[in-house]
Design a protein around this ligand. Structure first.
Ligand code: SAM
Length: 245
């Protein structure tokens, strides 16, 4: 993966950015809001969904087991044992929740009413993910994969979701990594790619967004829309990028 060298000055002025990519994840109810999917009936209209990266999200477990929606999650850590992932997930919940608790004014508290409720959502997601992981791995719904290359055929999913990775951690990535990752997400998709949120963990906008969107449109002929979503925990994070075939 292309990574920018750490720059201490930059880091000091951005106290609330996440220094490491956390193994962290949200539940299906949060995914529906983040990706503006009206309800589970709407979800069921898709034949096959990819969640990339899935992290410790319970979206794949819930979509398959509660709603019978064929959903696959991928992450570079999905070759690890469930006990290792559980430990990593528990540590990363504390790492992120601590960051949030240091600057609660940067967040809206209408969905989660408190730090405790935020932590409970994260634990619920981790628990549901871990309970499904061993069987899910045997059934190939958890696949080890690392952007910018995915081990899936062209157009193998009709919806591809990518939450809290590309722009959230864009202070760590080169433009070329973000661009080639988006092209790859689009390659494996037959209908729509949705990417959320559009800002960094420090709340700043991604500084190369205009260049990125122009390149996607002019060089690759990809149609995109920026769409408002009914979810804004991190202030300003109420938009997603939709790419359509
Ligand atoms: C915050 S989690 C994603 C959570 C989930 N999508 C959500 O919105 O709740 C970020 C994940 O990115 C994974 N990751 C790190 N480098 C990656 C790469 N090059 N390609 C894909 N995933 C990567 C990490 O292992 C981590 O689990």
């Amino acid at each position: 993966m292309d990574k920018k060298p750490d720059n201490n000055n930059f880091r000091n002025t951005n106290r609330f950015q996440l220094d490491k990519v956390a193994f962290y994840g949200r539940t299906l109810s949060e995914y529906l809001k983040m990706f503006r999917i009206d309800d589970t009936d709407h979800l069921k209209r898709y034949n096959r969904i990819l969640d990339c990266p899935s992290g410790a999200s319970s979206f794949v477990a819930e979509a398959n087991n509660k709603y019978e929606v064929n959903t696959v999650g991928c992450d570079p850590l999905f070759d690890k044992d469930s006990r290792i992932l559980q430990k990593q997930g528990e540590e990363d919940i504390e790492y992120v929740v601590k960051r949030v608790s240091l600057a609660p004014n940067l967040y809206n508290w209408n969905f989660y009413s408190s730090i405790e409720e935020l932590r409970n959502y994260r634990k619920l997601s981790l628990d549901q993910f871990i309970s499904d992981y061993n069987l899910g791995r045997q059934r190939r719904r958890y696949v080890k994969a690392e952007l910018p290359k995915l081990p899936f055929d062209d157009k193998s999913f009709d919806l591809v979701l990518s939450g809290h990775f590309l722009f959230t951690y864009s202070h760590k990535f080169e433009f070329s990594f973000i661009l080639s990752s988006i092209i790859e997400l689009f390659r494996v998709c037959s209908r729509e790619v949705r990417i959320y949120p559009l800002q960094k963990s420090s709340l700043e906008p991604y500084e190369h967004m205009t260049d990125l969107l122009t390149t996607l449109k002019k060089r690759y002929g990809i149609t995109y829309h920026i769409v408002l979503v009914p979810f804004e925990f991190q202030k300003g994070s109420n938009k997603m990028l939709c790419l359509t075939h």
